[in-house]
Design a binder for this molecule. Structure first.
Ligand SMILES: [Zn+2]
Length: 170
């Protein structure tokens, strides 16, 4: 998995990136134009939440197959999703679907799924905007641990997400 991130270019990785929108947008563009990617099967551009400079730049300057909207189960989600949907529609970008992150946690004792932030709303939101629900991802300390250790691909983290990922692949 090849990655590039502004953090990788800093002298000290704890330095904050204190740049205004246009500068960040320029950097994102350069990640697309100036990085030698060779052949990659899939390229993901992980974007900050909202409809600011970065998504605008990405939508305008990179030929996208589509976008995946990532939400969480809170109340404001439908408004935020609506903004993203409207932005994508205005710019003729295809929406591949919606993923609910932090959807639930699994009880370590009995395996019951607990909706930490209240009941999932992703199905309703998806229906409102005629979107496909690609999956609901749980919060899982094991995954967080693996990510922090830089071992997400070696640990069984992907097993935890297997069902969700299979759903996405469908
Ligand atoms: Zn339990």
């Amino acid at each position: 998995m090849k990655i590039v991130s502004s953090n990788l270019l800093l002298d000290d990785e704890t330095d904050p990136v204190i740049w205004r929108g246009p500068v960040i947008a320029g950097m994102v563009k350069q990640f697309w134009t100036d990085v030698v990617w060779d052949h990659v099967d899939y390229m993901f551009v992980d974007m900050p939440p909202g409809t600011g400079d970065v998504p605008l730049t990405v939508f305008q300057s990179i030929k996208l197959d589509g976008i995946i909207i990532v939400t969480s189960p809170q109340e404001l989600v439908s408004m935020i999703v609506e903004k993203a949907v409207k932005m994508a529609n205005k710019m003729n970008i295809k929406i591949l679907g919606v993923v609910e992150n932090m959807s639930y946690i699994k009880c370590p004792d009995c395996g019951k799924e607990i909706n930490l932030f209240g009941a999932s709303k992703v199905n309703d939101v998806a229906k409102d905007f005629n979107l496909k629900v690609l999956g609901k991802l749980p919060m899982d300390a094991e995954i967080a641990k693996a990510v922090d250790a830089g071992e997400v691909e070696t640990l069984n983290a992907m097993n935890y997400l297997k069902d969700a990922l299979q759903e996405i692949e469908k």
